[in-house]
Design a protein around this ligand. Structure first.
Ligand SMILES: *[C@@H]1O[C@H](CO)[C@@H](O)[C@H](O)[C@H]1NC(C)=O
Ligand SMILES: *[C@@H]1O[C@H](CO)[C@@H](O)[C@H](O)[C@H]1NC(C)=O
Length: 349
């Protein structure tokens, strides 16, 4: 029933919103009760974390950019989604996790619990949510698109501070830490345009794309290229490293150790697709992200002296970043893309 999608895109945020808070608050209370019950654990710790977060994340035009991440997976993907979350986590950003309808509710609750327990910053900054009422999701169909638009609409309501919207799936992985420079995905104003649709084009295109395959890729591209306001502001790259077999099949091949050097050399901030727990992911964690098992990627915001256990168990200031060698490389890539963009009249051809 394609006619329902535009309304869904505008109205579903509220429905979804009703579902995320119960999960997190029920969990919060349950865990506190459990901890104070077993070991005399001081329930005040969680509130202390919250006070530390009050050191104020500064966002907006005068500050460093902030990203809204929408991370999706299916049944059995909760570990990968959590790993990906930790690999792109930064207190300044906002995260919305989604396991599609084929995953049981218990897996969704488990994901929320593990995210909540794994790093103190997530509890303190309260910037990670799990969608409790999942959408059916087929990667190729319009339901994936509808879910993305719902997520975008929800993120617009949850948080008024982010600048860029990034969608990742469980098969993606970052090749750069969050202390890197900004990369171009979808700007907040474009997301507002898609979701709130201040002219009819957004809705007309949505109707059309609910009827064709692979709608997600085509939708945003067509929309951006047909809109007066955005057509000249588009850089033609999704910033994902992929490798194709020859002859090419419908999906890029699963990246492994063999691809490591090329992947790193590219300077591209994300790569896809990976098999769950592939050894090359451990190598990226070790060599590039410096990320320990079940911990966030350490950045300039992490200030714990106890670097061996978890440098990000304490923080003083979430608003500082320290560019890395990799972020300089990304900067070069972005400049190349911008040069190409300036020299061509439009990337929409
Ligand atoms: C975008 O670029 C095209 C071609 O250069 C130009 O004709 C058009 O007016 C531009 N649109 C806006 C909104 O600046
Ligand atoms: C990596 O994948 C490629 C293509 O799928 C395969 O030819 C190669 O043997 C794999 N390498 C390793 C180390 O698994």
């Amino acid at each position: 029933m394609p006619l329902r999608y535009p309304t869904a895109a505008r109205g579903c945020g509220a429905a979804v919103e009703r579902w995320i808070f119960p999960i997190l608050s029920v969990l919060f209370v349950a865990v506190l009760l459990l901890l104070s019950g077993i070991s005399g654990f001081k329930a005040s710790t969680a509130f202390l974390d919250r006070r530390l977060a009050a050191t104020d994340v500064r966002r907006g035009p005068a500050h460093l950019p902030s990203f809204a991440y929408y991370i999706t997976g299916g049944r059995g993907d909760s570990s990968r989604v959590l790993r990906l979350l930790l690999a792109v986590y930064h207190p300044r950003n906002r995260y919305l996790l989604h396991l599609s309808a084929d995953a049981p509710a218990s897996e969704r609750a488990d994901l929320a619990a593990r995210a909540w327990l794994s790093i103190p910053a997530i509890r303190a900054f309260g910037n990670v949510d799990v969608i409790g009422k999942a959408s059916a999701m087929t990667p190729m169909g319009s339901s994936g698109l509808a879910a993305t638009l719902q997520a975008a609409s929800l993120l617009l309501r949850l948080d008024d501070g982010w600048d860029w919207f990034v969608t990742l799936s469980a098969e993606d992985y970052p090749l750069i830490s969050q202390d890197g420079s900004p990369w171009v995905i979808l700007s907040r104003s474009f997301v507002e345009y898609c979701v709130l649709g201040w002219d009819n084009l957004a809705r007309t295109l949505l109707l059309y794309f609910t009827n064709v395959l692979s709608s997600q890729e085509g939708y945003f591209h067509s929309l951006i290229c047909n809109s007066q306001d955005f057509q000249n502001m588009t850089v033609n790259s999704d910033l994902r490293y992929t490798a194709w077999d020859s002859p090419p099949t419908t999906e890029p091949h699963f990246l492994n150790m063999t691809d490591y050097d090329e992947m790193i050399k590219s300077g591209i901030p994300f790569a896809r697709q990976f098999r769950q727990s592939d050894a090359v992911l451990d190598k990226i964690d070790r060599m590039i992200l410096k990320r320990r098992y079940n911990k966030a990627v350490p950045g300039a915001w992490c200030s714990s002296q106890n670097r061996w256990i978890d440098p990000c168990s304490r923080w003083d200031n979430a608003n500082i970043v320290q560019p890395t060698h990799r972020s300089e490389k990304l900067g070069k890539l972005i400049r190349t893309l911008l040069d190409e963009w300036e020299s061509s009249t439009s990337s929409c051809r």
